[in-house]
Design a protein around this ligand. Structure first.
Ligand code: AMP
Length: 282
Protein backbone atom coordinates (compact mmCIF):
# COMPACT_ATOMS: atom_id res chain seq x y z
CA UNK A 1 0.00 0.00 0.00
CA UNK A 2 1.23 3.47 -0.93
CA UNK A 3 0.87 6.19 1.71
CA UNK A 4 0.71 9.87 0.74
CA UNK A 5 0.25 12.97 2.84
CA UNK A 6 0.53 15.63 0.14
CA UNK A 7 -1.78 16.42 -2.74
CA UNK A 8 1.15 16.71 -5.15
CA UNK A 9 2.50 13.22 -4.43
CA UNK A 10 -0.93 11.64 -4.63
CA UNK A 11 -1.93 13.33 -7.89
CA UNK A 12 1.40 12.43 -9.49
CA UNK A 13 0.81 8.80 -8.57
CA UNK A 14 -2.83 8.77 -9.72
CA UNK A 15 -2.10 10.63 -12.96
CA UNK A 16 -0.33 7.64 -14.52
CA UNK A 17 -3.20 5.35 -13.53
CA UNK A 18 -5.77 7.72 -14.96
CA UNK A 19 -3.89 7.94 -18.25
CA UNK A 20 -3.98 4.14 -18.35
CA UNK A 21 -7.77 4.43 -17.88
CA UNK A 22 -7.75 2.52 -14.62
CA UNK A 23 -10.94 2.64 -12.56
CA UNK A 24 -10.29 4.41 -9.28
CA UNK A 25 -12.49 3.56 -6.29
CA UNK A 26 -12.49 6.06 -3.43
CA UNK A 27 -13.46 5.67 0.24
CA UNK A 28 -13.27 8.92 2.21
CA UNK A 29 -13.10 8.45 6.01
CA UNK A 30 -12.13 10.23 9.20
CA UNK A 31 -10.13 7.24 10.43
CA UNK A 32 -10.40 5.21 13.65
CA UNK A 33 -11.28 2.50 11.18
CA UNK A 34 -13.63 -0.38 11.93
CA UNK A 35 -15.31 -3.15 9.93
CA UNK A 36 -17.88 -0.68 8.56
CA UNK A 37 -15.12 1.28 6.83
CA UNK A 38 -13.39 -1.91 5.71
CA UNK A 39 -16.60 -3.18 4.06
CA UNK A 40 -16.56 -0.05 1.86
CA UNK A 41 -12.93 -0.71 0.94
CA UNK A 42 -13.66 -4.37 0.09
CA UNK A 43 -16.58 -3.30 -2.12
CA UNK A 44 -14.45 -0.69 -3.86
CA UNK A 45 -11.65 -3.15 -4.42
CA UNK A 46 -14.05 -5.65 -6.02
CA UNK A 47 -15.38 -3.02 -8.44
CA UNK A 48 -12.25 -0.99 -9.38
CA UNK A 49 -8.65 -1.40 -10.48
CA UNK A 50 -7.32 0.62 -7.59
CA UNK A 51 -8.77 1.68 -4.24
CA UNK A 52 -7.87 4.92 -2.49
CA UNK A 53 -8.87 5.49 1.14
CA UNK A 54 -8.51 8.93 2.71
CA UNK A 55 -8.20 9.61 6.42
CA UNK A 56 -8.85 13.20 7.36
CA UNK A 57 -10.64 14.49 10.45
CA UNK A 58 -12.26 17.46 8.73
CA UNK A 59 -12.53 20.38 11.17
CA UNK A 60 -15.06 22.28 9.03
CA UNK A 61 -17.77 19.66 9.51
CA UNK A 62 -17.69 19.66 13.32
CA UNK A 63 -20.23 21.95 14.93
CA UNK A 64 -19.06 20.95 18.41
CA UNK A 65 -15.42 21.84 19.32
CA UNK A 66 -15.18 19.16 22.03
CA UNK A 67 -16.39 16.48 19.57
CA UNK A 68 -13.59 17.56 17.19
CA UNK A 69 -10.97 17.64 19.98
CA UNK A 70 -11.97 14.20 21.26
CA UNK A 71 -12.51 12.51 17.90
CA UNK A 72 -10.36 9.33 17.99
CA UNK A 73 -7.17 9.65 15.90
CA UNK A 74 -5.39 6.33 15.39
CA UNK A 75 -3.44 6.76 12.14
CA UNK A 76 -0.74 4.20 12.94
CA UNK A 77 -3.26 1.50 13.80
CA UNK A 78 -5.41 2.45 10.78
CA UNK A 79 -2.41 2.16 8.43
CA UNK A 80 -1.64 -1.33 9.74
CA UNK A 81 -5.30 -2.32 9.38
CA UNK A 82 -5.49 -1.02 5.79
CA UNK A 83 -2.46 -3.14 4.93
CA UNK A 84 -4.50 -6.25 5.82
CA UNK A 85 -7.26 -5.41 3.31
CA UNK A 86 -7.33 -4.63 -0.39
CA UNK A 87 -6.48 -0.94 -0.07
CA UNK A 88 -3.89 0.31 -2.59
CA UNK A 89 -3.46 3.92 -1.53
CA UNK A 90 -3.87 5.76 1.77
CA UNK A 91 -4.14 9.53 1.58
CA UNK A 92 -3.71 11.12 5.02
CA UNK A 93 -3.24 14.89 4.61
CA UNK A 94 -2.85 17.54 7.31
CA UNK A 95 -5.38 20.35 7.73
CA UNK A 96 -2.91 22.81 6.12
CA UNK A 97 -2.53 20.49 3.13
CA UNK A 98 -6.29 20.23 2.63
CA UNK A 99 -7.01 23.90 3.23
CA UNK A 100 -3.93 25.95 2.21
CA UNK A 101 -4.24 29.47 3.58
CA UNK A 102 -3.58 31.18 0.25
CA UNK A 103 -6.33 29.29 -1.57
CA UNK A 104 -9.97 30.21 -1.38
CA UNK A 105 -12.46 27.37 -1.51
CA UNK A 106 -15.63 28.87 -2.78
CA UNK A 107 -18.80 27.15 -1.74
CA UNK A 108 -20.75 25.97 -4.72
CA UNK A 109 -24.29 27.18 -4.86
CA UNK A 110 -26.17 23.91 -4.68
CA UNK A 111 -29.89 23.59 -4.19
CA UNK A 112 -30.14 20.64 -1.82
CA UNK A 113 -33.94 20.69 -2.08
CA UNK A 114 -34.37 20.71 1.69
CA UNK A 115 -32.23 17.60 2.33
CA UNK A 116 -29.68 19.79 4.14
CA UNK A 117 -32.10 21.48 6.52
CA UNK A 118 -33.70 18.48 8.27
CA UNK A 119 -32.35 16.08 10.92
CA UNK A 120 -28.50 16.32 10.94
CA UNK A 121 -28.77 19.59 9.01
CA UNK A 122 -31.12 21.02 11.62
CA UNK A 123 -29.32 19.78 14.73
CA UNK A 124 -25.70 20.14 13.53
CA UNK A 125 -25.64 23.62 12.02
CA UNK A 126 -23.01 23.96 9.29
CA UNK A 127 -22.21 20.23 9.34
CA UNK A 128 -23.19 19.53 5.74
CA UNK A 129 -21.49 22.69 4.44
CA UNK A 130 -18.26 21.23 5.84
CA UNK A 131 -19.01 17.76 4.45
CA UNK A 132 -19.70 19.13 0.96
CA UNK A 133 -16.56 21.28 1.12
CA UNK A 134 -14.25 18.40 2.03
CA UNK A 135 -15.81 15.78 -0.26
CA UNK A 136 -15.73 18.19 -3.24
CA UNK A 137 -12.08 18.98 -2.52
CA UNK A 138 -11.23 15.26 -2.19
CA UNK A 139 -13.10 14.44 -5.42
CA UNK A 140 -11.13 17.20 -7.21
CA UNK A 141 -7.87 15.66 -5.97
CA UNK A 142 -8.62 11.94 -6.43
CA UNK A 143 -10.97 12.20 -9.47
CA UNK A 144 -12.51 8.81 -8.64
CA UNK A 145 -14.55 6.67 -11.01
CA UNK A 146 -16.65 5.38 -8.09
CA UNK A 147 -16.96 6.68 -4.53
CA UNK A 148 -18.31 4.64 -1.61
CA UNK A 149 -20.40 5.96 1.30
CA UNK A 150 -22.14 4.12 4.12
CA UNK A 151 -25.89 4.17 4.72
CA UNK A 152 -25.07 4.69 8.40
CA UNK A 153 -24.78 8.36 7.44
CA UNK A 154 -27.79 8.10 5.16
CA UNK A 155 -28.46 11.82 4.96
CA UNK A 156 -24.81 12.50 4.11
CA UNK A 157 -25.08 9.96 1.27
CA UNK A 158 -28.17 11.81 -0.04
CA UNK A 159 -26.34 15.16 0.19
CA UNK A 160 -23.36 13.80 -1.76
CA UNK A 161 -25.63 12.31 -4.44
CA UNK A 162 -27.33 15.69 -4.78
CA UNK A 163 -23.97 17.52 -4.97
CA UNK A 164 -22.73 15.20 -7.73
CA UNK A 165 -25.98 15.60 -9.66
CA UNK A 166 -26.09 19.36 -9.26
CA UNK A 167 -22.42 19.95 -10.20
CA UNK A 168 -22.48 17.26 -12.87
CA UNK A 169 -19.40 15.54 -11.45
CA UNK A 170 -18.14 12.48 -13.35
CA UNK A 171 -18.24 10.11 -10.37
CA UNK A 172 -20.67 7.34 -9.46
CA UNK A 173 -21.81 7.36 -5.84
CA UNK A 174 -22.33 3.94 -4.31
CA UNK A 175 -24.25 3.48 -1.04
CA UNK A 176 -23.20 0.59 1.22
CA UNK A 177 -25.21 -1.26 3.88
CA UNK A 178 -24.70 -0.52 7.58
CA UNK A 179 -22.28 -2.87 9.34
CA UNK A 180 -23.32 -3.65 12.92
CA UNK A 181 -21.76 -4.99 16.11
CA UNK A 182 -22.82 -8.43 17.45
CA UNK A 183 -25.70 -6.82 19.39
CA UNK A 184 -26.90 -4.64 16.50
CA UNK A 185 -25.26 -1.33 17.42
CA UNK A 186 -24.20 0.42 14.19
CA UNK A 187 -20.40 0.48 14.04
CA UNK A 188 -19.04 3.98 14.56
CA UNK A 189 -15.65 5.46 15.43
CA UNK A 190 -17.42 7.25 18.28
CA UNK A 191 -18.41 3.91 19.89
CA UNK A 192 -14.83 3.68 21.18
CA UNK A 193 -15.57 6.64 23.46
CA UNK A 194 -18.46 4.89 25.25
CA UNK A 195 -17.95 3.52 28.76
CA UNK A 196 -18.65 -0.19 29.24
CA UNK A 197 -22.13 0.52 30.65
CA UNK A 198 -22.93 3.06 27.94
CA UNK A 199 -21.81 0.64 25.24
CA UNK A 200 -24.07 -2.09 26.68
CA UNK A 201 -27.10 0.22 26.81
CA UNK A 202 -26.45 1.70 23.33
CA UNK A 203 -27.61 -1.63 21.86
CA UNK A 204 -31.18 -0.58 22.73
CA UNK A 205 -31.09 1.91 19.82
CA UNK A 206 -31.12 -0.70 17.04
CA UNK A 207 -33.31 -3.13 19.03
CA UNK A 208 -35.94 -0.36 19.24
CA UNK A 209 -35.66 0.41 15.52
CA UNK A 210 -36.28 -3.27 14.75
CA UNK A 211 -39.42 -3.42 16.90
CA UNK A 212 -40.64 -0.17 15.34
CA UNK A 213 -40.18 -1.68 11.88
CA UNK A 214 -42.37 -4.63 12.84
CA UNK A 215 -45.15 -2.29 14.01
CA UNK A 216 -45.38 0.02 11.03
CA UNK A 217 -48.83 -1.12 9.92
CA UNK A 218 -50.25 -1.05 13.44
CA UNK A 219 -49.67 2.61 14.37
CA UNK A 220 -49.70 6.10 12.93
CA UNK A 221 -46.37 7.77 12.05
CA UNK A 222 -46.78 10.10 15.02
CA UNK A 223 -47.49 7.26 17.47
CA UNK A 224 -44.50 5.30 16.21
CA UNK A 225 -42.11 8.25 16.64
CA UNK A 226 -43.53 8.91 20.12
CA UNK A 227 -43.12 5.24 21.09
CA UNK A 228 -39.48 5.11 19.88
CA UNK A 229 -38.68 8.34 21.73
CA UNK A 230 -40.25 7.07 24.97
CA UNK A 231 -38.57 3.66 24.87
CA UNK A 232 -35.13 5.20 24.31
CA UNK A 233 -35.58 8.04 26.82
CA UNK A 234 -36.75 5.57 29.49
CA UNK A 235 -33.23 4.12 29.50
CA UNK A 236 -31.19 6.34 31.86
CA UNK A 237 -28.07 6.18 29.64
CA UNK A 238 -29.86 7.46 26.53
CA UNK A 239 -31.29 10.83 25.52
CA UNK A 240 -33.08 11.25 22.20
CA UNK A 241 -32.25 14.28 20.05
CA UNK A 242 -34.64 13.41 17.23
CA UNK A 243 -36.73 10.58 15.84
CA UNK A 244 -37.90 11.10 12.26
CA UNK A 245 -39.74 9.15 9.60
CA UNK A 246 -38.82 10.40 6.14
CA UNK A 247 -38.94 9.49 2.49
CA UNK A 248 -35.76 7.60 1.49
CA UNK A 249 -35.13 9.81 -1.55
CA UNK A 250 -36.25 13.32 -0.56
CA UNK A 251 -35.53 12.85 3.17
CA UNK A 252 -38.56 15.03 3.82
CA UNK A 253 -40.49 14.03 6.87
CA UNK A 254 -43.85 12.27 6.42
CA UNK A 255 -46.93 12.30 8.71
CA UNK A 256 -48.84 9.49 7.00
CA UNK A 257 -47.55 6.17 5.70
CA UNK A 258 -49.25 6.71 2.29
CA UNK A 259 -47.14 9.82 1.66
CA UNK A 260 -44.16 7.66 0.72
CA UNK A 261 -43.60 4.22 -0.74
CA UNK A 262 -40.00 4.05 0.51
CA UNK A 263 -39.71 5.17 4.13
CA UNK A 264 -36.91 5.22 6.65
CA UNK A 265 -36.80 5.77 10.37
CA UNK A 266 -33.93 7.96 11.58
CA UNK A 267 -32.67 8.59 15.11
CA UNK A 268 -29.99 10.67 16.81
CA UNK A 269 -29.37 9.67 20.41
CA UNK A 270 -26.94 10.87 23.07
CA UNK A 271 -25.38 8.01 24.99
CA UNK A 272 -23.86 9.98 27.85
CA UNK A 273 -21.85 12.67 26.03
CA UNK A 274 -21.56 10.71 22.79
CA UNK A 275 -24.00 11.41 20.00
CA UNK A 276 -24.87 8.41 17.81
CA UNK A 277 -27.09 8.11 14.74
CA UNK A 278 -28.82 5.15 13.14
CA UNK A 279 -31.55 4.42 10.62
CA UNK A 280 -33.60 1.57 9.26
CA UNK A 281 -35.76 1.05 6.20
CA UNK A 282 -39.42 0.68 7.16
P1 AMP B 1 -16.50 8.33 8.94
O1 AMP B 1 -15.10 7.91 9.14
O2 AMP B 1 -17.35 8.17 10.14
O3 AMP B 1 -16.61 9.71 8.29
O4 AMP B 1 -17.11 7.32 7.87
C1 AMP B 1 -16.52 7.14 6.62
C2 AMP B 1 -17.47 6.36 5.75
O5 AMP B 1 -17.73 5.09 6.34
C3 AMP B 1 -18.83 7.07 5.58
O6 AMP B 1 -19.29 6.91 4.26
C4 AMP B 1 -19.69 6.31 6.56
O7 AMP B 1 -21.08 6.34 6.24
C5 AMP B 1 -19.12 4.91 6.45
N1 AMP B 1 -19.47 4.14 7.65
C6 AMP B 1 -19.24 4.48 8.94
N2 AMP B 1 -19.73 3.56 9.78
C7 AMP B 1 -20.30 2.60 8.99
C8 AMP B 1 -20.99 1.39 9.26
N3 AMP B 1 -21.22 0.96 10.50
N4 AMP B 1 -21.43 0.66 8.22
C9 AMP B 1 -21.22 1.10 6.94
N5 AMP B 1 -20.58 2.23 6.62
C10 AMP B 1 -20.12 2.97 7.63
Amino acid sequence: MQVFSTVRELTEFLDTLMKAEKRIGFVPTMGALHSGHLSLIEKSSSENDITVCSIFVNPTQFNNPSDLANYPRTLERDTTLLQTVACDVLFAPSVAEMYPKDEVFSFQNIDFKGIDSVMEGKYRKGHFTGVVQVVKRLFDIVIPTNAYFGEKDYQQLAIIRRMVQSLNLPVKIIGCAIVREFDGLAMSSRNARLSEKERENAALIYKTLLVAKQNVQKTTVEELKKWVTEVLNTNTFLRVEYVEVADSATLLSIDEWQQSSSRRLFVAVFVGEIRLIDNIVL
